[in-house]
Ligand binder design. Sequence first.
Ligand SMILES: Cc1cc2nc3c(=O)[nH]c(=O)nc-3n(C[C@H](O)[C@H](O)[C@H](O)COP(=O)(O)OP(=O)(O)OC[C@H]3O[C@@H](n4cnc5c(N)ncnc54)[C@H](O)[C@@H]3O)c2cc1C
Length: 171
Amino acid sequence: MSAALFLAKNKVDTVVFGDDKSAMNWALLRNYLGLPEILGTEFQKTARAQVEAVGARLRADRVASLSESDGRWQVALEGGEKLSAKYLILSEGKGPRLAKQLGLEFDDKLGIATDRNAKTKLDGVYVVGRSARPGRSQAIISAGDGAAAAIDILSREKGEDFLDWDEPPKS
Ligand SMILES: Cc1cc2nc3c(=O)[nH]c(=O)nc-3n(C[C@H](O)[C@H](O)[C@H](O)COP(=O)(O)OP(=O)(O)OC[C@H]3O[C@@H](n4cnc5c(N)ncnc54)[C@H](O)[C@@H]3O)c2cc1C
C-alpha cells in the first residue's frame, strides 16, 4: 500500500492485487510513529482509501502465478485474466509462494534477500514487508520498505534520484 501511494501519486500506472487478508487486521497499532493508537483494520481502511484517492487501482483478485516473457513480468490472476508489468512489488506476508515460484529463496528467519531498496536479484522485482523480514515484521518497517521500493522505481524511470516532496501552499 505504501509503495502504491508513492507510485500512483507520481503518475505511475499502479495496480494492487489482494484480498486485504493482511496480518494488520489482527493488530492494535501503538508503534506507528505519528499515530498514537489505531486498530489495524482502521489503519488498513484509511490506507486503502488514501491510495485509491491518488489513482491506484485496488483489485481483490488473488494472483495465481508470475512468469517472465518478452522482458516483462506476466501476472496470471486466479480468475484466468492475464496482465503484464514492468515492475513487481511482492508483499505476500509470511508465506511468499509467488516469490518462491520466481526462484527467490525464502529463509524462515532471514526471509528473501533484498538490498536496502527492497530489490531482489531479479531485475524489476522487489520484495517488501514480512516476506523480507519474517522475524522482525513491524507495520512501519513494511511501509518503509514499500516506500523505498517505490522511490527506486521512480528514480529508475526518471533516470535520476527522485524525491517525493510536497510543500504547503504559500499563502
Ligand atoms: C496479531 C498481530 C498483531 C500485530 N501487531 C502489530 C503491532 O502492534 N505493530 C506492528 O507494527 N505490527 C504488528 N503486527 C505485524 C504487522 O501486521 C505486519 O508487520 C504487517 O502486516 C506486514 O505487512 P506485509 O504487507 O508484509 O504482510 P501482510 O500484512 O501479511 O500482507 C500480505 C498480503 O498479501 C496477500 N496475498 C498473499 N498472497 C497473495 C496472492 N497470491 N495474491 C494476492 N494477494 C496475496 C494476503 O492476503 C495479505 O493481504 C501484528 C501482526 C499480528 C498477526
